[in-house]
Design a protein around this ligand. Structure first.
Ligand code: SAM
Ligand code: SF4
Length: 364
């Protein structure tokens, strides 16, 4: 454990070494409060006390992959599969537009077939059309070829979220099968391709994975910094009983410790990368009912209200106790608005909330 003086000393530095990051991640209650205070100040100074909305549409839970941690993995035969049609997806998009959200996220299991690629392309064009290009679109659809990323970009996508999940290659292969569909280098390449194409590029990791060390998390933070990432979405790993990783449940930190570690990761990242966008992951709310608001207070500036049709939400179960699976989009919006104001932020209604870091990176 580090003393308050040591934490204060680290926070005066311009750049953090790996050792500094480990010390910050290991801080005790009083040290972490110093860290949170500093992160809140950095957030206010560099990105303002504004939270941007991204209406999250989980439009299909069909997936061709078998990540060991994920409840909607291909081999989980207990998952009831769904695939929303264009009309259902566009109705959620219109809801976000009418509510002045400024931006939506299209997320699904990973598919690489022609029908899927064309569907996303068609949807992007429709979204552009109904909003005159005003509604920002983030895609979170896994690894695709350069050609597919380009097609989607040409159809209106500006941002892409592809979590590396863990930057420790050994750990990556403990949480994924080691085969041609789950390949660490390919995932890195996909991130590089998105960056080269000019997407606002987002990545992230799960926190509290079995076998993960504090050094791994420090390396994850350095990876975001060294790769000049524009947006980060990271949150606690939460187990699901229908997945292979459930058998390692006994190795996990208690949920509250995974939660605290996630908040520390967010606060440190805000200080390390002052002008990026940082999402308050939904998984935080699965542990603490006001988990996302706590993240907003100490550095996060993006929240993703779930606007997936209510009847489908319970089938997009990545982990157990996923929150808000029985609520409607309208309920989520009202409930969130009050919560954000309580956390002291304004809501960036009508603004697409681009990553400031992306534009400063482009000027370089
Ligand atoms: N299929 C795409 C992909 O994997 O990039 C996008 C959808 S995937 C469900 C989105 C994210 O969910 C993953 O990047 C992963 O980090 C997260 N996730 C999956 N299972 C999880 C779990 N058990 N606990 C926490 N997060 C999980
Ligand atoms: Fe599929 Fe994404 Fe889940 Fe992996 S994390 S199984 S790619 S939905």
């Amino acid at each position: 454990m580090e003393s308050d003086e040591q934490i204060l000393h680290i926070l005066t530095k311009e750049n953090f070494t790996k050792e500094d990051l480990v010390n910050l991640l290991n801080s005790d209650i009083s040290g972490r409060n110093i860290l949170y205070k500093k992160a809140a100040e950095v957030k206010e100074k560099y990105v303002g006390k504004i939270t941007y909305y991204r209406g999250l549409i989980e439009f299909s839970n069909y997936c061709s992959k078998n990540c060991y941690y994920c409840g909607i993995r291909k081999s989980n035969s207990n998952t009831l599969r769904y695939d929303l049609n264009d009309e259902e997806i566009m109705s959620a998009v219109k809801f976000a537009h009418d509510k002045n959200y400024g931006s939506v996220v299209l997320q699904s299991g990973e598919r690489n077939d022609k029908q899927f690629i064309e569907k996303v392309e068609r949807l992007l064009k429709k979204i552009y059309q109904i909003s005159n290009g005003e509604l920002g679109v983030t895609l979170s659809l896994g690894e695709q070829t350069k050609e597919t990323y380009k097609r989607w970009q040409d159809s209106g996508a500006r941002r892409y979220l592809l979590r590396i999940e863990s930057t420790n290659k050994e750990l990556f292969y403990k949480i994924h099968p080691n085969d041609e569909y789950h390949n660490f280098e390919k995932r890195l390449e996909a991130l590089q391709t998105l960056n080269d194409l000019g997407y606002q590029t987002g990545t992230g990791v799960m926190i509290g994975l079995p076998h993960q060390t504090i050094e791994d998390l420090a390396n994850d933070l350095l990876f975001f910094k060294n790769n000049d990432i524009d947006m980060v979405g990271m949150g606690p790993y939460i187990e699901h009983s229908d997945t292979p990783m459930f058998s390692e449940k006994h190795l996990l930190l208690p949920l509250n410790e995974r939660f605290n570690l996630s908040l520390k990761m967010i606060a440190i990242l805000r200080i390390l990368m002052k002008d990026i966008n940082i999402a308050a992951a939904t998984a935080l709310q699965a542990i603490d009912p006001i988990g996302r608001e706590k993240a907003i207070k100490i550095g996060a500036n993006i929240i993703m209200p779930n606007i997936t049709p209510t009847e489908n939400r319970k089938n997009y179960l990545l982990y157990q106790n996923k929150p808000c699976t029985d609520e409607g989009a309208e309920d989520c919006t009202e409930c969130l608005e009050a919560r954000i104001y309580i956390s002291g932020d304004e809501i960036g209604y009508g603004k697409s909330g681009d990553s400031k870091h992306f534009f400063s990176r482009m000027k370089k």
